[in-house]
Design a protein around this ligand. Structure first.
Ligand code: TYM
Length: 338
């Protein structure tokens, strides 16, 4: 609870959609940074299930993956004593603020969103209004908590920019209401690409399971997938243009080990792609072993996970309600008589 005597730490909000089992792209692009940031910021991490239904989901799978998502956050190192974790649909203020913000968002600016263009191509049979207004819900997620910093992969940068534009517009019309959020995008890991097509982002919803590595993938499977990763016909481990596949593996290796590209080039001088791929696969599997073990342990304790989920939703709802009441007052909604 905030008190006047407490020095207020800056606030972080971020989330992952439970639209698939989380990949090393989600881990290296987002969750790994969330873990580091928890010591210096007040962090709120959400499983954004409402975003996931912009694409058709099997209800039982969505339900299971939502609980698994929370378990994975903890297994990756998010500490329930330090950070708030909750499920988006448990806090109705997200949908409520989203409506008000949608009345302050322009059709034209939503039309420019590249993710909308990509997803409407991929799901041409289901270009629903939610897919279009998705960035408004995301802006509501962020702005509800008066968020200072949003740690994400590079693919979400445009969505944070629109959240900033919406907040600035709202503040301009109604007076200071929202903190203007900043993106936090780490250099390594910000864009992990597909193992089968290194020009594309690695995605948990890719129909080809060889294109991604799940955080909880088995050791053998991880090593096998990296071995099979598409690379060019050369043999030198070098970070250079035209070697998208090798650059991606170097990026993964660097993000897990902290080694620079120069160090990696030296380490594999005179060795071929085979040795390098084996090292990347093994490193990936080894670094994630503790996460897999912890995930297995937590998955057996549904009561514990539900306890965290409930506590997180109560705390988030309290914070969200404060912003929503302010917004309702500012736009002129009549307060419900007590
Ligand atoms: P989502 O579920 O697609 O991805 C979750 C996080 O993982 C990052 N990410 C990646 N980073 C590097 N390489 C990749 N291949 C890769 N794939 C995914 C994403 O950038 C993201 O940080 N709209 C968001 C979820 C969201 C959200 C929010 C995020 C909803 N509300 C509010 C921050 C704040 C999304 O679809 O992420």
């Amino acid at each position: 609870m905030e008190t006047n005597t407490e020095i207020k730490r800056k606030r972080i909000f971020s989330g992952v959609q439970p639209s698939g089992v989380l990949t090393i792209g989600n881990y290296l692009g987002a969750i790994k940074n969330w873990v580091t940031l928890q010591d210096d910021y007040e962090c709120i991490y959400c499983v954004v299930d409402m975003h996931a239904i912009t694409v058709r989901q099997t209800p039982a799978d969505l339900r299971r993956r939502t609980l698994e998502g929370l378990a994975l956050y903890i297994a990756c190192g998010i500490d329930p004593q330090k950070s708030t974790m909750f499920v988006q649909s448990h806090v109705p203020a997200h949908a409520e603020l989203s409506w008000v913000l949608s009345c302050n968002t322009m059709f034209g600016e939503l039309s420019r969103m590249t993710q909308f263009k990509d997803k409407s191509q991929k799901h041409a049979d289901n270009i629903n209004a939610g897919l279009f207004t998705y960035p408004v819900l995301m802006a509501a997620d962020i702005l509800l908590y008066q968020t200072d910093v949003v740690p994400v992969g590079i693919d979400q940068k445009q969505h944070i920019e629109i959240a900033r534009d919406i907040a600035e517009r709202f503040n301009g019309v109604y007076g200071d209401t929202f903190v203007i959020p900043e993106p936090y995008i780490s250099k390594t890991g910000m864009k992990i690409t597909s193992l089968t097509d290194p020009t594309k982002k690695m995605s948990k919803s890719d129909p080809n399971p060889n294109s991604y590595i799940q955080i909880i993938e088995t050791r053998d499977e991880t090593i096998k997938k990296v071995k099979r990763a598409v690379t060019d016909s050369g043999s030198e481990v070098k970070f250079e243009e035209g070697k998208d596949g090798i650059c991606n593996l170097m990026n993964i290796y660097s993000a897990f080990t902290g080694k620079s590209y120069d160090d990696i080039e030296k380490e594999f001088e005179g060795k071929g792609y085979g040795d390098f791929k084996l090292a990347v696969g093994e490193t990936c599997a080894d670094k994630l072993q503790p996460v897999r073990d912890e995930f297995a342990r937590l998955s057996a304790d549904k009561a514990y996970l539900e306890g965290i989920m409930k506590e997180g939703a109560d705390r988030a709802a309290y914070l969200a309600r404060k912003t929503l009441s302010k917004v309702y007052r500012k736009v002129g909604f009549y307060a419900k008589p007590q």
